[in-house]
Design a protein. Sequence first.
Length: 273
Amino acid sequence: MDLLAFDLDGTLLNRQQRLSEYTCDTLRRLDAAGIAYTVATGRTHFAAKPCIADHDFPHWQIFKNGVEWWNPQDNSYRHQNFLTPDLITETLLAFADHQVTPFVFCLDPDGSHKVYHAPLNGDLSDHIANELGAHDQLSLHPIEQLSSDAIITNISAMGRPDMVESLVSDCQKHNHLTAYSGGGIYTADAYWLDIHHSNACKGSSLMELKTQMGAQRVIVFGDGDNDLSMFEASDEAFATENALEHVKEAANSVIGHHDEDGVARYLRKRYDL
């Protein structure tokens, strides 16, 4: 059995951050053919939900680069590789120095989700706060209320490219942190940033899921740095035409553009859907 894994932004989603009808129809055909597939994204489950709302992915879904898993069959989460406040103290200071608002995602013992953030300082942080505030299963709180025993899944932010790149460089000084960034897919001058524990990645998560499902082969699709771990771990890896050049070089082959249903068109041809 093959297990297919799709990155979302820049890969399976179009420019409107949605699944096109052509892609949804292709996924339905995969399901009817008995081919297993899932998503492996840097987004949180909450951030991904509206993007993939037009299709029900039937198996465990991987979010936050492996920190967060979601089972649609019984509506349950699985989390691993947490951070603690003492591990991110210096990083939060770096955010302040670069005038970027950090959003610290936490999991409470009762299973509820909370996000703590520093004062908003621009349109990009306002956008994130408004988006997060729309979720009824997640609450926003001032960063001063972050407790010393908080269970942290990740830190997210958006900022100018130069500021985000500086924060990534700062995170590279800490062995326990991994930072990914990117931009230009939807807004050229706005880069996203995601920081989580270095023990989490898409590749190891997919290998765990492969064993759990009894799959023989894992075939993956992506476009960015956070996809490289699953490229390395998989049997086959495909980069979209819009992918970063070094990501294309790491792939077995390059397929079509994310905004032209590149993944779906490849799948229809490969599996005769």
